[in-house]
Design a protein around this ligand. Structure first.
Ligand code: HEM
Length: 514
């Protein structure tokens, strides 16, 4: 079991260097910066029906059970020691976190309780769906699971743990869910519940690619592990100011070098300190369709279908980045955390190694916007670092059955990410980068003709057809033009929510206050 989706490593007792902010690890919920340890994650979406009883249950039981950043880091150390002693079973760590929607905070705090908060959070994920180009009906209503959309959602409980042992009827997390539902009793109505599980191919999402390879490092908590660069965790992992993800700390200034502390993100309310916005998206993945597409495109283009997939994602299934391994997989590279993030994009001017629209180049362009004169930004790298997210998702649904030529069983990713601005971070990445065919701007082909990068082939959404430039690599030489036309989206949202994940003090002193 690992929390390594954030790429953090707790082995180093002194995580902060001089000048780093002191992170209030007992205040911040554990999923935000480090990630709860999870083989299994239960998502309980609830509506508060009896406010006084709900607040009492928070005070009397729930708050004390919440897993903090300090606990998650301490568990990482214990897991490491346990593994080092040669044992293979999982330690029975159970995690609990809680978040509230705008409607939920309004119930707890009163009608004006969320004034001034992130406008997308206040509007809610349902209202924002059309702007993200999610499938919506004529009235702009998203095409979500009926059960999820059946009632107002006030909050979400995340309950994590190891998978059930073969002999046990229930997993440790499932037992915890039973306790919580029992304690909350009639104070809530469970609107929708779901569960994510890691796949047998551990760490890989349903299309088969290693996930959780790259997440930002955080000053004050990510150990420095690159002797050549004091501003990085592992090589290639730039260290960001915690305010990018948690309120109450210096943040990232889009106009300054990323190493410089930016102003702390504005807090509409003092109780937001040490809290974070959480974006949840239940993203269905059409796995047989994706693999059939890779096969047929590979045949038509005369290249390895695995290379088609690698150019769509920007990494091979092993996690090896195509910027370093452009034509063939390199599993040892994929598995090496000190090497698999150590690359930039700007030297790949003609997308010979990695298409401009590959998922990882769209969602984190690194130094790709480097020339300030061309892109009209004061500091392109600072700008990119001001639009990052901390991902903490988990797959859901069964493995593809032998005879499943077309998707019969729902499966995909319970996408979760944390940030201090939903508008400038998650939504910016989805709308202004992944969906925007012209991003990154001012790019050219090897023959110097202008390039239109196209859609992020994994998550880019469009009203009509989607396409991506240069599926054929011109590596190391050549200037053959090619386009990947994608008839259908391989990823479709089936539920979504915007939540605020408060600090322990905010829960105790403000939200659960009678
Ligand atoms: C089912 C949907 C998705 C799949 C299958 C998927 C898959 C992947 C894979 C395989 C990677 C590379 C491994 C890694 O760096 O961890 C990755 C990276 C990433 N994804 Fe996704 N992803 C999905 C949804 C999203 C969404 C909705 C966003 C945000 C809008 C997103 C943002 C990112 C970011 C920021 C990275 C890291 C890029 C980097 O730092 O190099 N992904 N994703």
């Amino acid at each position: 079991m690992s929390a390594s989706i954030s790429g953090l490593n707790a082995s180093n007792a002194n995580l902060a260097a001089p000048g780093d902010p002191i992170i209030r690890k007992r205040e911040i919920q554990g999923d935000v910066l480090v990630g709860l340890q999870k083989d299994e994650e239960h998502f309980l979406f609830f509506k508060i029906v009896d406010v006084a009883r709900f607040k009492a249950a928070l005070r009397d039981y729930i708050i004390a059970e919440i897993t903090t950043t300090e606990e998650v880091l301490s568990r990482e150390i214990q897991i490491k020691a346990y593994k080092a002693s040669g044992r293979r079973s999982r330690l029975p760590f159970v995690g609990l976190n809680i978040g509230f929607s705008n409607d939920g905070l309004s119930v707890l705090l009163g009608a004006n309780g969320t004034d001034g908060m992130d406008a997308s959070f206040v509007a809610g994920a349902g209202v924002r769906a059309a702007g993200l180009l999610d499938p919506v009906d004529a009235n702009g209503k998203p095409d979500w699971l009926a059960a999820f959309a059946s009632d107002t959602i006030h909050g979400v409980l995340l309950v994590t743990g190891p998978a059930a042992s073969a002999s046990a009827a229930k997993s440790p997390a499932q037992k915890k869910v039973d306790d919580i539902v029992n304690v909350l009793g009639h104070s809530i109505k469970l609107v929708y519940r779901d569960v994510g599980v890691t796949r047998p191919q551990r760490g890989h999402e349903h299309f088969g690619f290693l996930d959780g390879v790259s997440n930002p490092g955080v000053r004050g908590i990510t150990p420095r592990d690159n002797p050549a660069d004091d501003n990085q965790g592992v090589p290639g992992q730039d260290l960001l100011w915690p305010g990018a993800f948690v309120f109450g700390y210096p943040g990232q200034d889009p106009n300054q070098p990323f190493e410089k502390p930016g102003a702390p993100p504005a807090m509409a309310h003092p109780w937001m300190a040490d809290g974070s916005y959480m974006v949840f998206r239940r993203l269905n993945q059409f796995v047989p369709e994706f693999h059939n597409f890779l096969q047929s495109e590979g045949r038509a283009l005369g290249i390895d279908p695995q290379l088609v997939g690698a150019r769509m994602v920007g990494r091979w299934q092993s996690g090896a980045p195509i910027m370093i391994a452009p034509l063939q997989d390199d599993p040892a590279l994929g598995a090496d955390p000190k090497a698999n993030n150590n690359f930039e994009f700007s030297q790949d001017t003609g997308e010979r190694r990695c298409p401009f629209a590959a998922h990882i180049r769209k969602t984190y362009p690194r130094d790709d916007l480097e020339d300030p004169n061309k892109v009209g930004l004061l500091n392109p790298e600072g700008f990119v670092q001001a639009h990052r997210i901390m991902r903490a998702g988990i797959p859901f649904g069964p493995e593809v059955a032998e005879d499943e030529e077309k998707t019969k069983h729902e499966r995909g990713l319970m996408f979760v990410c944390y940030q201090t601005s939903i508008i400038e971070q998650f939504e910016f990445i989805q709308i202004s980068w992944a969906n925007a065919t012209g991003f990154p701007i001012n790019k050219v082909h090897p023959d110097k003709t202008p390039a239109t990068p196209g859609h992020d082939p994994i998550i880019g959404q469009a009203k009509g057809a989607r396409a991506m430039d240069e599926i054929l690599p011109n590596y190391p030489m050549g200037d053959t033009r090619s386009t990947l036309n994608m008839p259908d989206a391989f990823v479709k949202p089936s539920a979504a929510g915007y939540f605020f994940v408060p600090s322990i003090s905010a829960l105790r002193n403000t939200l659960a206050h009678p």
